[in-house]
Design a protein around this ligand. Structure first.
Ligand code: UD1
Ligand code: CA
Length: 455
């Protein structure tokens, strides 16, 4: 059965008190609408139609993609009116309605719902709540069959006592939609064209309304204000934490762990508190990540150890390599197996060969460093002359003394040594020692200056 998806995202979201359209507010680093689109794509629809209104241009700009058809709803006259805007584009047998501000809906739940839709049947996602205030209520007949949805504001006291609420998520046979939407009226308390009125029409037309429920009510929770946004965020994070734990990760505290992207993990990974994983992060077996680390768009191979307070972005850390505490690995950093980066070390576009070490207080930018080479404390590459960036190339088994300035472009060959405190601006050949510093002179009988007395 062919499927198209309509995502309603035209509402204003006044309670966010924000210049940003509501559906662009982030949960776990992606906009709420972005999450819905991500889940929608997994259902493999023919096309996804996004109904936009408030902040339409920004939304379109931020999320533009080939498989998305943005439909403008000039005035927000109700959910039924919103779906009607997409009608001219709909051709599929089944149409699924989703909401741009309901980001945690699970693909599995939607798949269950889609199994219910047919030319003779609608699939309606409902949720049973202790306090369904604000929700449209599911009115069932004496046989328990769905008869209608009554909006909270239009409901009688008896209807308000119903605990089964409408999530708004609905799967309908596309062939019927135009007829039903065309017959909607706005003769109700809110003066809106309610999508929910389609239910009663369908029943009167002899169709069955079959219901499904999400496993978790948070899946259908929308965010109208920043408090609800924070609740969705925490819920998302706990869900992601549980997923990783199920795959063999120990999280020292799932409540202090955040994923803002897509993470893949191996087994026996240990993640300490306050770790943020962003973008695309790949973590292999036996990796240990210490507290307060941010890791973005990086790959950590088997057995990598990242110590506390490190910031790692766009880096690949080879098997058994380690970094931190307080390491900063910037884009283009590659550590080969067992390379070691210690505290207060910054690397950018730098390649450390197997077993190479930069233990303390060092900046290596645009650098190629051979296997087993040791970089002394306080060493920096002077890679920028104010106009251009230049490369520093060190061979294998090089020993760079402490507090060196390596003035790029410069090339230091295998086995060479540089003396502590050197400013190296000439190439060094294999196994040579380079000393480039003022000679020490000791002055006898040196008189220290004395403090001048002020009257
Ligand atoms: C709607 C349902 C209600 C359900 C509730 C669940 C209707 C009439 N009611 O009520 O049964 O229990 O959701 O949260 O459908 N939107 C547009 N254009 C519009 C109007 C709305 O794009 O003209 C979008 C909004 O941005 C929002 C969504 O549709 O994302 C729901 O609209 P809203 O007005 O919040 O509906 P509710 O009153 O919450
Ligand atoms: Ca709502």
């Amino acid at each position: 059965m062919s499927l198209e998806i309509v995502i309603l995202a035209a509402g204003q979201g006044t309670r966010m008190r924000s210049a940003l359209p509501k559906v662009l507010h982030p949960v776990a680093g992606n906009s709420m609408l972005g999450h819905v689109i991500h889940s929608a794509r997994k259902l493999d629809p023919q096309r996804i139609h996004v109904v936009i209104g408030h902040g339409a241009e920004v939304v379109r700009e931020r999320l533009a993609a080939d498989d998305l058809n943005f439909v403008l709803q000039d005035k927000q006259l109700g959910t039924g009116h919103a779906v009607a805007q997409a009608l001219p584009f709909l051709t599929a047998e089944n149409v699924l309605i989703l909401y741009g501000d309901v980001p945690l809906i699970e693909v599995e739940t939607l798949q269950r719902l889609l199994k219910k839709v047919s030319p003779e049947q609608l699939g309606l996602l409902t949720v049973t709540l202790a306090d369904p205030t604000g929700y449209g209520r599911i009115v069932r007949d004496a046989d328990g069959k769905v008869a209608a949805i009554v909006e909270h504001k239009d409901a009688s006291d008896a209807e308000k006592a119903i605990c089964e609420g409408n999530t708004g998520i609905l799967a309908v046979p596309g062939a019927r939609l135009a007829d039903w939407l065309g017959r909607l009226s706005n003769n109700n308390v809110q003066g809106e064209y309610y999508l929910t009125d389609v239910i009663e029409m369908a029943v009167k037309d002899g169709l069955v309304v079959a219901t499904e429920q999400p496993h978790d009510a948070m899946e259908v929770q929308g965010a109208n204000d920043r408090k609800q946004l924070a609740e969705l965020e925490r819920h998302y994070q706990l869900r992601e934490g549980r997923r990783l734990m199920a795959l063999g990760v120990t999280l020292r505290d799932p409540a202090r762990f955040d994923v803002r992207g897509e993470v893949s993990v191996g087994r026996d990974v240990l993640i300490d508190i306050n770790v943020i994983l962003e973008g695309r992060v790949i973590i292999e077996d036996d990796v240990v990540i210490g507290p307060n680390c941010v890791i973005k768009d990086s790959t950590l191979r088997k057995g990598v150890v990242i110590k506390a307070n490190s910031h790692i972005e766009g880096a690949v850390l080879g098997e058994g390599s380690d970094a931190g505490p307080f390491a900063r690995l910037r884009p283009g950093t590659v550590l080969e197996a067992r390379a070691h980066v210690g505290n207060f070390v910054e690397l950018k576009n730098a390649h450390l060969g197997e077993g190479a070490k930069a233990g303390h207080l060092t900046y290596l930018g645009d650098a190629e460093i051979g296997a087993r080479t040791n970089i002394g404390a306080g060493t920096i590459t002077c890679n920028y002359d104010g106009a251009n960036k230049w490369k520093t190339v060190l061979g294998e088994d090089v020993f760079i003394g402490s507090n060196n300035s390596l003035v790029a472009p410069v090339d230091i060959s295998d086995g060479a040594t540089t003396a502590a405190g050197s400013t190296i601006n000439q190439n060094v050949d294999k196994s040579q020692l380079a000393i480039a510093r003022g000679r020490q002179r000791n002055v006898d009988g040196w008189k220290r200056p004395v403090k001048i007395k002020k009257d």
